[in-house]
Design a protein around this ligand. Sequence first.
Ligand SMILES: *[C@@H]1O[C@H](CO)[C@@H](O)[C@H](O)[C@H]1NC(C)=O
Length: 196
Amino acid sequence: SASSAGGNRCVAAAEACTADAQCRQLRTEYVARCLVGAAPGDCVRSRCRRALRRFFARGPAALTHPLLFCSCADPACAERRRQTFVPACAFASPGRAPPSCLAPLERCERSPLCRPRLLAFQAACAPAPGSGNSCPQDRGRLCLHAYARLVGTAVTPNYVDNASARVAPWCDCGASGNRHEECEAFRGLFIRNSCL
Ligand SMILES: *[C@@H]1O[C@H](CO)[C@@H](O)[C@H](O)[C@H]1NC(C)=O
């Protein structure tokens, strides 16, 4: 219920997951795997990401997706949403500058696990011809589903701040040289996507 969380839908989604044994178990597992210990770099990113993939693969979507896609009207809620999937381990490398998006993109394309998920995401989330800047309703659900399957891969996306609902993998296109367009096309599918 929204009231139990003071209107914070991300808290409500976390409570709903906790109330379900399977969702709670899978969430406990990824939090344990992804928690950054006392020293920076403590977490094993590959294990964290595997646990996140299991969360979305095995947990009921009716409970896992609201945690990822809860809607927020204030920064406190959006900050909680941004932190939900432990970005310090799963997403960014704190204290370092983000790499060029071409690096995670290439890692994904070489990965038998990531590549089909990225292709599915590109197919489901590419702007539909003639739809302008809007997201057709039937497409929206497919796109969100494909997006959730990227969490825990080489191109793991997350919310980029607590002031918007913008999402992207942790990378930029500043140093992409003569492949700047390719880089922007990849990043734009997240950053400038009305279905997300
Ligand atoms: C939102 O993010 C900014 C920048 O990272 C941070 O300083 C601020 O404390 C955050 N706000 C909340 C409510 O967590």
